[in-house]
Design a protein around this ligand. Sequence first.
Ligand code: HAM
Length: 412
Amino acid sequence: MSNEFKPLQGMSDIAYPDVLIWQEIEKISHKVFNNFGYTELRTPVMEKNDVFLHSLGDSSDIVQKEMYNLQDRGGRSLVLRPEGTAGAIRYLASLGEESLNTKVYYIGPMFRCERPQAGRKRQFHQIGVEAISKPNAYKDVECISLQYELLKQWGIDKSIIKINTLGSIEDQINIRKGLISSLEKYRNDLTPDYQEKLKNNVLRILDSKEEKYQNIINELPSILSFMSKESRIYLDTVIDLLDELNIPVQHNNRLVRGLDYYNHTVWEITHDSLGSQDSIAGGGRYTIQSGKKTMSGVGFAMGIERIILAKNTMKNINNYSKKNGYWVISQGNKSLIENMKLANEIRSLDIRCGMELENKSMKSQFRKADRFRASYVIIRGDEELSKGIVIIKNLDNSEQKEYNFNEWKKTL
Ligand code: HAM
């Protein structure tokens, strides 16, 4: 595509036929969420800076370098949402008592100013849920089982669910202290940005993909060793319950998350086919301060672009654009207006129907019928109109038959 027509770097137009896969994924999601008792929430894509600043964590990569910050004409600091949890929690906090046990889902665009690469976009789309609840292993498990059901219904197999616990808020103080003291002897081996992490966000060191730090990370004690017994039992309960539901998970005691609001259960779902950006979903239990309210909940978000990559759906595009409906071919002005009436009648029966509104050759109209992915073509030119007949062609087997128009219409 020539530069003049390209969208911004890291952003994409989603058009036919790819958009059919998006519609299919969204359709399945609405159904599954409804079955689990979640209702849809649509929050604005732009929020006040504060909504994200404190909840995601001042030292998180998103806040430090990935947020799209804007200023409106009144000089207010605004942000294009980098994720859906903070906005959803802002809304849920406004409900007061009613928010308890409320379960919402969202589908929509998110924005992060990252270096674009395969599977990493600046505008991407998430399907996510948030369920307000105090720590409760059953609720975490229901959330993961909902996600598992979505993957199943989307037809994604071979994904891996990795799970861990970050402990309670009180445990996190001990974890931080424990890790900092264990890392002290390596301080001089750390680059300045890792020394910064050591000070501000030591958990993120466990997440490092850099080869040179792997030995150090492997030497560190598991964060479970700095946690209370209750928190370890909480994780064991979650894993046992998932096992009861036949949901396979891998416990990975190095798993941490890129956002600061998490405590207790955290998880990530990866898929081998995705290369370096292999995470299709992330989730966990969290505590977020929204205004004066402290909100606890559990949720997840899945990247739609990565779900589509994992499905490798370009191969299956025809499954998403199954032939259906009619394409009407006219020849001459009289048949054109009569066929417009016919097409409207067909559409009023909730049947898909398309037609050419210019005088075009039969060949070109058949090409359009194919692109429209119609099941049948209705041929009614001025000549057929004057004879009161219609020719119907089945585009699957190419069979063509002539009918009395009024008789045929009754069969619609
Ligand atoms: P997250 O791990 O930052 O979590 O993002 C969730 C998913 O969004 C990722 O696993 C990935 O599939 C997708 N994603 C993230 N960044 C990009 C990108 N630049 N390009 C394409 N896809 C991307 C959250 O956002 C949390 N709010 C999840 C959550 C909800 N936790 C609790 N509730």
